[in-house]
Design a protein around this ligand. Structure first.
Ligand code: PGA
Length: 248
């Protein structure tokens, strides 16, 4: 069985002090036995010197694929490793759309993250226009094939399906849509790798997940957890989602 994951992507929110306080509040609030992994994704400035322990982990929202050098504004994997980062989000739709990241750059990052021993969370998902044009499956297939090109194993990879039109909008895909796309993603993974590995790969759903819809969404077959934006900034909502997923 795939272990569920609740991942909170803070995006460009929370100063280092606010973030540290928020994490210690969540750790204090969640004191029951937890069978899932919980990952916080603060901005880079909030990653250093945090007191964190399993089942809580730290992740970064992005990275660069070079080891070091003249890449103004970028962050390397060794810098993240020194902050005890275990996961990196790669190819989030905001990186793809606002910062113009293409599949080949995303692939370079995925390969570098794996090489470092950190686990990439590769985000895939269609825009509203792509969905309306009936292209969602083609887009997701392309993002998976290009993003995972050259990887030898799925064992340290997590996929997040995030329909772009559902991110931050209050809209979520229907249970049927999510079920179909998650099945489709697993099918592509089984074609690219092997059946067993594809069965064991966590596939998260993201896009307006909150404490009111978490129960319904986590019950969908093939959903192994969530990548959460807005609701991960609020201790009450985030803790509630953790409890909902943990009780599944
Ligand atoms: P949201 O963001 O939960 O605010 O829709 C999800 C994401 O961008 O990962």
């Amino acid at each position: 069985m795939v272990k569920s994951i609740v991942a909170g992507n803070w995006k460009m929110n929370k100063t280092p002090k606010n973030g540290k306080l928020f994490i210690s509040d969540v750790l204090a609030d969640i004191n029951e036995i937890i069978n899932i992994d919980i990952i916080f994704f603060p901005p880079f400035t909030g990653l250093y010197n945090l007191d964190i322990y399993p089942p809580f982990y730290l992740g970064a929202q992005n990275c660069y694929f070079k080891d070091n050098g003249a890449y103004t504004g970028e962050i390397s994997l060794s810098m993240l490793l020194e902050c005890n980062v275990n996961y990196v989000i790669i190819g989030h739709s905001e990186r793809r759309q606002i910062f113009n990241e293409k599949n080949d750059l995303i692939n370079k990052k995925v390969l570098k993250v794996i090489e470092s021993g950190i686990k990439p969370i590769l985000c895939v998902g269609e825009t509203i226009d792509e969905m309306n044009a009936g292209k969602a499956y083609d887009i997701i297939k392309e993002q998976l094939i290009s993003g995972l090109n050259g990887t030898k194993s799925l064992s340290n990879i997590i996929i997040a399906y995030e329909p772009v039109w559902a991110i931050g909008t209050g809209l979520t895909a229907s249970s049927e849509q999510i079920n179909d796309i998650h099945k489709f993603i697993r099918k592509i993974l089984s074609q690219l790798f092997d059946e067993k590995e594809s069965k064991n790969t966590p596939i998260l759903y993201g896009g307006s997940v909150n404490s009111s819809n978490a129960n319904e969404l986590i019950s969908i077959d093939g959903v192994n957890g969530f990548l959460i934006g807005g609701a991960s900034l609020d201790i009450v909502k985030f803790s509630e989602i953790i409890r909902v997923v943990n009780s599944q």
